[in-house]
Design a protein around this ligand. Structure first.
Ligand SMILES: NC(=O)c1ccc[n+]([C@@H]2O[C@H](COP(=O)([O-])OP(=O)(O)OC[C@H]3O[C@@H](n4cnc5c(N)ncnc54)[C@H](O)[C@@H]3O)[C@@H](O)[C@H]2O)c1
Length: 385
């Protein structure tokens, strides 16, 4: 049986991905330190959906699917020896790395949050890479990056998949080349993902590690075919001003008739992907690894692009909820254009799940079902930069 470690497998993307891979026939081992659940305690907010403790989730998964997923608590970046021993003992074919602090607003809350995000994310990524080298195993690392490394301005071109073709002119001679697309992070969180890219590039060059970096768009949706199978398997649903992502926040706000919180003019164009497609893309990435001599494989893991105010209008028309145009708490372009190349995952067989009424209604229904768990004071984005 093909074996994978899912680091961060208790989180919003990691949990449904673990179930998806388990159902697809992989032996899955989840590694998580529950830091995301602890951040809920710090922020005094909880997932809108009542997520069960991991042990209970895994027991129910075994009951409904017959498949066993093991779990190990390791704080990646802090417990290097335990991580290394795990690799040596389990010899996984691939590691999927979701285990980072993933909120831009959280990373900008204070100097403490900036430092935590940098220390946590960079130590985690470096420890995984160093452990793969020290284990002497040929393990394919699949990492979740973000479209945000490219920056959220108008590039004026279709954003390529990680590498930019360049021509350098010197003394009348023109040389062609290809470089890592210049990163332009808009928050400390995005900056750590840009730094991750350099770590990958180095370990790939120096140690010939096989690495796939997935620059993912904003994930929306909550349930997948696997998480729907039992209420105990339900996925996390963040709606608060730090961890909630824009489309899910709008759908949840519509469900409780809370005016949709558009920042600025809502002229920001962003790339999106449904959570079901996140799971499929990870499987495709695992099954199409780079060769040993290949450079880091970078894929744009997104399926569609929308302008924030268009999404707000669409949901307002569908549900009758109002729209509140608020001062933008973030430093970002008020309006931008965005074109993205995502050919590689499509060529591997991804059939995109695009924004559709049924899926939006499903998210809204989930939000409505659990609306009594919503603390409306936690909806505004209070982290400013
Ligand atoms: N959610 C999105 O819209 C989105 C978009 C683009 C990229 N991503 C990326 O995908 C990845 C997963 O995102 P998510 O939304 O599932 O986040 P999440 O916070 O819900 O999940 C991350 C999981 O990793 C665990 N974790 C974090 N640091 C750890 C560590 N050092 N050791 C062990 N476990 C650790 C957390 O406890 C949590 O369960 C992140 O790297 C994020 O940057 C997410």
């Amino acid at each position: 049986m093909r074996k994978v470690l899912v680091l961060g497998g208790d989180g919003f993307c990691g949990w449904p991905t673990s179930l998806h891979l388990s159902e697809a026939g992989y032996e899955v081992i989840i590694v998580d330190d529950f830091s995301r659940r602890k951040t809920d305690i710090e922020l005094e907010v909880e997932s809108l959906t009542p997520i069960r403790p991991l042990g209970e989730r895994l027991k129910v998964w075994r009951d409904v699917s017959g498949n066993k997923i093991r779990h190990i608590t390791i704080s990646i970046g802090k417990e290097y020896r335990r991580l290394l021993e795990l690799l040596i003992t389990e010899k996984p074919e691939a590691i999927v790395h979701f285990a980072e602090q993933r909120s831009a607003p959280y990373s900008m809350k204070s100097s403490g949050h900036r430092r935590l995000t940098v220390n946590k994310n960079l130590s985690a990524t470096n420890d995984i890479l160093a452990a793969i080298v020290e284990s002497k195993l040929d393990i394919h690392l699949v990492h979740l990056g973000t479209m945000g490394v490219y920056g959220y301005g108008t590039a004026g071109i279709k954003i390529p998949e990680g590498y930019l073709k360049v021509q350098v002119e010197e003394g009348g001679k023109v040389t062609d080349g290809e470089i890592l697309y210049p990163s332009n992070p808009g928050s400390i969180y995005h900056m750590t993902k840009a730094q991750d890219q350099l770590l990958f590039s180095f370990y790939n060059k120096n140690d010939e590690l096989r690495i796939t970096d997935l620059h993912q768009g904003i994930v929306w949706g909550t349930q997948t075919p696997q998480t729907r199978r039992d209420e105990y398997l339900i996925n996390r649903f963040d709606y608060d001003g730090d961890y909630g992502t824009v489309l899910n926040r709008f759908l949840m706000q519509a469900a409780i008739n809370y005016p949709l919180t558009v920042h600025g003019t809502g002229g920001q164009k962003r790339a999106f992907i449904h959570i079901q497609d996140t799971c499929r893309c990870i499987q495709l990435a695992i099954e199409h690894p780079p060769e040993k001599k290949d450079r880091v494989k970078i894929l744009n893991q997104m399926t569609e692009i929308h302008r924030v105010r268009d999404l707000a209008q669409l949901i307002a028309e569908k549900t009758g909820v109002g729209i509140a145009y608020l001062d933008n708490p973030r430093k970002e372009s008020a309006e931008n254009d965005l074109l993205v190349i995502n050919d590689q995952l499509l060529e591997m067989g991804l059939k995109p799940t695009t924004l559709n009424k049924e899926l939006m209604t499903e998210v809204e229904q989930v939000a409505r079902k659990y609306s009594s768990r919503c603390d409306q004071d936690k909806i505004p984005c209070l982290s400013e930069w």
